[in-house]
Design a protein around this ligand. Structure first.
Ligand code: GLU
Length: 449
């Protein structure tokens, strides 16, 4: 890998690599942010003097704990779990929990680090954190999920609180898991503390639109970006990877705005449906029946399923990676460009490799980086916290408008910041710089913390 052009930033990066051996995804996330910060250090010398970057790269607190639980056969199982409380300059730590076998400290740290700047970009009073476990929810019964969640919360509760740290969902953690986690928190603490978790069910303090928020928000962001480039979503052929929460509501909103989504996927393969993905069918398969995307073909006979296939081979004008980190490589990016792709929006966290991002930027593809484009989920979590704090609940339309405003504003901030710092159209720089400055200024104001 080439060295960072700014020697100060290069030495900070090398120190991060040294202090956090083996955490490749964390190194990648840090490097990408540092690459944007040269001009910021020049403009704000106090950030250098106060060692803001060095401090931001070191989590405020990290908890690693054992989660013992029993499966349906009575067998004892042990998983490892994490909560990284990265930065609380702007508010209580906020960020999701991921349950997936690939989870280790490096994944949680990359996610937590990204979350700091994403949350800052929303303009809401939330710090950054992330957590999760290497527990694999795939194939587990409801009871097993409940027992795991209860054991997980039996350890984690003491580090949480509506003014301390507020988790939510991420991959493998949805409404069902949040329900079990909330129930156990309430039971242990004896507090009905609605604001301690977000993504709750609508019957016990959840917010309308939270379920749709990441996907809808991504499309509002992309729509605003396309407008700036004298384009619209309407009539565009789109490919959305994944078929989880983010992918489903991305597909739904693209279709509402007149775009056509022709493919989606899961970790086994992709479906290609020229007639347009039937999103209600995907919801039924994934949200209700928890089946594989392959089963889409049982109902939609004209669609095609490719086991182990690469979804980015399908020609499209707008690509929306909504599955997982590093799912879209430099080769994939080159293929998308060759096929006429004009815009890419990251619904997942860090789905494009650094090589892919470079291809997009070099070819003037409108590229919406995750920390800006997928901020709608956490922004709506902050709206859920507002409703909980005021013991109120807002209508769908009101909440959806708030989300839309936030996302269009994030786009404008990112676009203007990119321009101001001499890299017009580079929203990676725009997002990193705008998010960083907000956190850094709060840290300077609060002294050496
Ligand atoms: N996991 C989501 C994200 O990556 C949402 C976090 C939240 O709502 O706290 O931003």
């Amino acid at each position: 890998m080439s060295t960072l052009t700014n020697p100060k930033l290069e030495s900070i990066y090398l120190e991060v690599v040294n202090r956090n051996p083996g955490e490749a995804e964390f190194h990648q996330a840090v490097r990408e942010v540092l690459e944007s910060l040269g001009p910021v250090l020049a403009k704000y010398p106090e950030f250098g003097q106060r060692k803001i970057i060095e401090r931001i790269c070191e989590p405020e607190r990290q908890v690693i704990f054992r989660v013992p639980w029993q499966d349906d056969k009575g067998e004892v199982r042990i998983n490892r779990a994490f909560r990284v409380q990265f930065n609380s300059a702007l508010g209580p730590y906020k960020g999701g929990l991921r349950f997936h076998p690939s989870v280790y400290l490096g994944i949680i740290k990359f996610l937590g680090f990204e979350q700091i700047f994403k949350n800052a970009l929303t303009g809401m009073p939330i710090g950054g954190g992330k957590g999760g476990s290497d527990f694999d929810p795939k194939g587990k019964s409801d009871d097993e999920i409940m027992r795991f969640c209860q054991s997980f919360m039996t350890e984690l509760w003491r580090y949480l609180g509506e003014y301390i740290d507020v988790p939510a969902g991420d991959i493998g953690v949805g409404g069902r898991e949040i329900g079990y986690l909330f129930g156990q928190y309430k039971r242990i603490t004896t507090r009905y503390e609605s604001g301690v978790l977000t993504g709750k069910g609508l019957g016990y303090g959840g917010s309308l639109v939270r379920r749709e928020a990441t996907g809808y928000g991504l499309v509002y962001f992309m729509d605003e970006m396309l407008k700036g480039r004298r384009q619209t979503i309407e009539g565009k052929t789109c490919v959305v990877s994944g078929s989880g929460n983010v992918a489903i509501y991305t597909i739904e909103k693209v279709q509402q705005l007149g775009g056509k989504v022709v493919a989606c996927s899961d970790s086994n393969g992709y479906v290609h449906d020229e007639a347009g993905i039937d999103v209600e069918l995907v919801k039924q398969l994934k949200e209700v029946e928890r089946r594989r995307i392959k089963d889409y073909l049982k109902t939609r006979k004209d669609a095609r399923y490719v086991e182990g296939g690469n979804i980015w081979e399908i020609p499209c004008q707008v690509a929306l990676p909504c599955a997982t980190q590093n799912e879209l490589t430099g080769k994939d990016a080159a293929m998308l460009v060759k096929h006429g792709c004009i815009a890419v929006g990251e619904g997942a966290n860090m789905p494009s490799t650094p090589e892919a991002v470079k291809v997009f930027l070099d070819h003037n593809v409108g590229f919406g980086p995750a920390k800006a484009a997928n901020a709608g989920g956490v922004a709506t979590s902050a709206l859920e916290m507002q409703q909980n704090a005021s013991r109120d609940s807002w209508t769908f339309d009101f909440t959806d408008h708030r989300l839309e405003d936030i996302m269009r504003n994030i786009y404008r901030t990112v676009e203007q910041t990119a321009e101001e710092y001499g890299t017009p159209g580079n929203y990676v720089n725009g997002a990193n710089i705008a998010g960083f400055i907000r956190v850094a200024q709060a840290m300077v104001a609060m002294g050496l913390i």
